[in-house]
Write a protein that binds this ligand. Sequence first.
Ligand SMILES: Cc1cc2nc3c(=O)[nH]c(=O)nc-3n(C[C@H](O)[C@H](O)[C@H](O)COP(=O)(O)OP(=O)(O)OC[C@H]3O[C@@H](n4cnc5c(N)ncnc54)[C@H](O)[C@@H]3O)c2cc1C
Ligand SMILES: NC(=O)c1ccc[n+]([C@@H]2O[C@H](COP(=O)([O-])OP(=O)(O)OC[C@H]3O[C@@H](n4cnc5c(N)ncnc54)[C@H](O)[C@@H]3O)[C@@H](O)[C@H]2O)c1
Length: 522
Amino acid sequence: MVSEPRGVGRERAVRECDVVVLGGGPAGENAAAYAVAGSDRTATIVEPELVGGECSYWACIPSKVLLHPAAVRGAASALPGVTGLVGDRPLDAAAVLARRDSFIGRPDGSLMPDDSGQVRWARGAGIDVVRGAGRLVGQRTVEVVPAVGDGGATVIEARHAVVLATGSEAALPPTPGLAEARPWTSRDVTAMTEVPGSVAIIGGGVVACEAATWLSALGSEVTMIVRGGALLGGAEPFAGALVADALRQGGPGRKPVRILFGTQAYEAERDAVPAHGPGVPGGAPVTLRVEPSGHGDAGGSAGTVSADEVVVAAGRRPAVRGLGLEAVGLDPRHPPRTDAHMAVPGVAGLYAVGDVTGRAPLTHMGKYQARVCGDVIAARAEGRPVEASRFHADPGHTAVPQVVFTDPQAAWTGLTEARARAAGIDAHSVSVDLGAIAGAALQREGYTGRAQLVVDRARGVLVGATFAGPEVAELLHAATIAVVGEVPLDRLWHAVPAFPTVSEAWLRLLEAAREAGLLAAG
Ligand SMILES: Cc1cc2nc3c(=O)[nH]c(=O)nc-3n(C[C@H](O)[C@H](O)[C@H](O)COP(=O)(O)OP(=O)(O)OC[C@H]3O[C@@H](n4cnc5c(N)ncnc54)[C@H](O)[C@@H]3O)c2cc1C
Ligand SMILES: NC(=O)c1ccc[n+]([C@@H]2O[C@H](COP(=O)([O-])OP(=O)(O)OC[C@H]3O[C@@H](n4cnc5c(N)ncnc54)[C@H](O)[C@@H]3O)[C@@H](O)[C@H]2O)c1
């Protein structure tokens, strides 16, 4: 049972429950649900904004709703019999934005999504929702300041655990004039209420590439300002190169994107722009002065970039500000360190999951950590052991799957060849042209793509895989299973892909491995 507030009076009401979760994003929701499942334990999610978090309303979901029409449009323009039906026509931007609004539950004329469905889910799962910002004030104790109104703070004491799941926030480079120009962040560009005529994007990572894809497909003139010499810096170079080629090339119904590699914005200028809601254009053009960044041998441009809107996509940082980490003896400037149980060492009953941990900032990884964390909390509450594998989240992230939903897509898991070598692995890679595979050629004319496996020669197992090409996302999980399961290549040889699917890439990759002597000889 959640106890009724006691000690209501002078300053703060105090209440108790079994598990308190700060943050109602995907990681927090899963930690709470797993911690109470099948028991009479009680959990409270503390959330100042929307239950469902960044992912549901301002990140994964709306971005994918905006991207899918671009991919379908791309396929349609490369498929005789269909191409003539769509011609050069652009996407119907109003319909795409309306579908995005329906996915994020944003009613007509409102800028704020409606999270009542997620709140209903939480309450149905036995989880209480308290609206407010939480912070640690002691071991297993948090203080909640209401999100709206001038009501007093509430203290919640957790009998078993407090879970930090406050996510991350967009990082803003310290470029003079940039903050004053009120740039769009990923929140705005996913929530945009209209499509700007022209956009400058600062960054060349995942957010930048995906946003450039949907903006150019919806009719914006896009310029990307990229510090380094490639897109998708953490990926195999061929994946970033394929995405860059496609963005630059544009296509029927899609504007070509200008990419300035090796270039940094050093000053932003814009007439005063009033504060505005998420996704509302600033209403005044912005000018960015750019210069070569000096990163590697990426070249670089000097001059100015003018656009109707500027999007900052320069990474994210864990949301630890104001979280009260110092109240339990932790450094408030850094994400809390977590062990394999997602517990914070040295602080009894404290756990952290999702982006706030500073581990891989991806929804599926946060949810994985949350499942482990919730199970550990439940087991410990019931006095059960937590030795089994499912109670340990892989701290080294043997295989973090990542899909970039551009067109073509880039998808990878495990280590790149360079990282494997840097880790001391006797790594050998094999790759194949996806366009030569019957299942891929059937998908669209001129299918262009590549797949690569990174093999640990000493152990005869995969340590990484990358796929780049249209709609390769669904190829990824087989690779993740092979890497996590440490399936010997000799055994993978017997996993026969169906004909004619793109999965036949696996057969071609294993043949390449066989030719390279990576399969057992005897
Ligand atoms: C544009 C974009 C697209 C993305 N697309 C994908 C994708 O396709 N696939 C993917 O896997 N990942 C994607 N991501 C990453 C994904 O959004 C995050 O990894 C995910 O949202 C992290 O989940 P979380 O629960 O840790 O945090 P969040 O979803 O950020 O939720 C944290 C919650 O904590 C709340 N909070 C903050 N401070 C407090 C406090 N003091 N007290 C209580 N609550 C607090 C916040 O209001 C928020 O609701 C994308 C990110 C962006 C920016
Ligand atoms: N499809 C998906 O799974 C998906 C989609 C979007 C975001 N995400 C997650 O969100 C995270 C954040 O995405 P992101 O694209 O913001 O970060 P990122 O780390 O992928 O890319 C950041 C980019 O900004 C550049 N940059 C950093 N500091 C800069 C500065 N001061 N000036 C100019 N450029 C600078 C970097 O060089 C890089 O190109 C990603 O790590 C990813 O895990 C996932």
